[in-house]
Ligand binder design. Sequence first.
Ligand SMILES: Nc1ncnc2c1ncn2[C@@H]1O[C@H](COP(=O)(O)OP(=O)(O)OP(=O)(O)O)[C@@H](O)[C@H]1O
Ligand SMILES: [Mg+2]
Length: 262
Amino acid sequence: MVNKKTQIIVIDNQKGGCAKTTTSMNVAVGLADKGYKICCLDFDMQNDLSKWLGYEQDRKPTIYDLISQEISDTEMFSIDVCIRQSPIYKNISFIPSNQMIKNIITIIATSNQPTTIFKNILDKDIFKQFDYIVIDCPNGFDLLVHNILLACDKLIIPVQADYISYEKVNLMLKTLMTIKNTEEIEKYIVGILVTLHNKSRNSHKETFSLIKQSYPNMVFDLPVPNHTEVADSVLNGKISILNKNSEAGASYRAVVEKIINH
Ligand SMILES: Nc1ncnc2c1ncn2[C@@H]1O[C@H](COP(=O)(O)OP(=O)(O)OP(=O)(O)O)[C@@H](O)[C@H]1O
Ligand SMILES: [Mg+2]
């Protein structure tokens, strides 16, 4: 495997329910299948991504504890204890979340480096063993998301084919410009991925065209179709990206190729 800097891939859209977690899962599994070493970071207190990777509740520290420890500047545990190996997928490790994550912003706000805490964590040597860190971003925008976007090398924006989601893309790009302090954000954008797409619906087709027109060269050609197979596949382990006959699999494989070549 090429020995290059660990790439931090963030899957984010400030709108909920646009397949962030599903995309994170497919991207992580697709990259791992190509032999890359992956660490997934789960910020959702439901822990869907971790559960799909085979997580069963344990007493070990979570992403919440990791951030809290960094802020307290006292070593209570070594970071490797937080990193679990997926019992299902080779090459995938992950750090789960817990219910406490909803309080993390209050703790981050007490830090004297409130926006770079997370980047400082990911810069540590232990994360250099991974080729890619895949981050399933929480909804909305707050100090935690600011931290995550500051650390981000590559952003994937999943978006549903409806007008409200379309409007959120602009907000997402503006947010990234502000955080990265540049208008030249192309190097960070892997692409805008239209998800939950129903090609028999005119409104979906129209919004997909509108998104492509508004953001030329940024939008993946193959939207992810709205098929129950996609939702079921993360639960039954027959994940779309590994299914050669899955239309959604083809969309997600194109995303993985773009990440590798970006
Ligand atoms: N291509 C698809 N076809 C059908 N169902 C899908 C598809 N992609 C995602 N889903 C389902 O849509 C729902 C939302 O997806 P997901 O949980 O990935 O979105 P999210 O952006 O992470 O949501 P949240 O904002 O709640 O974190 C889930 O029930 C998921 O199984
Ligand atoms: Mg989610």
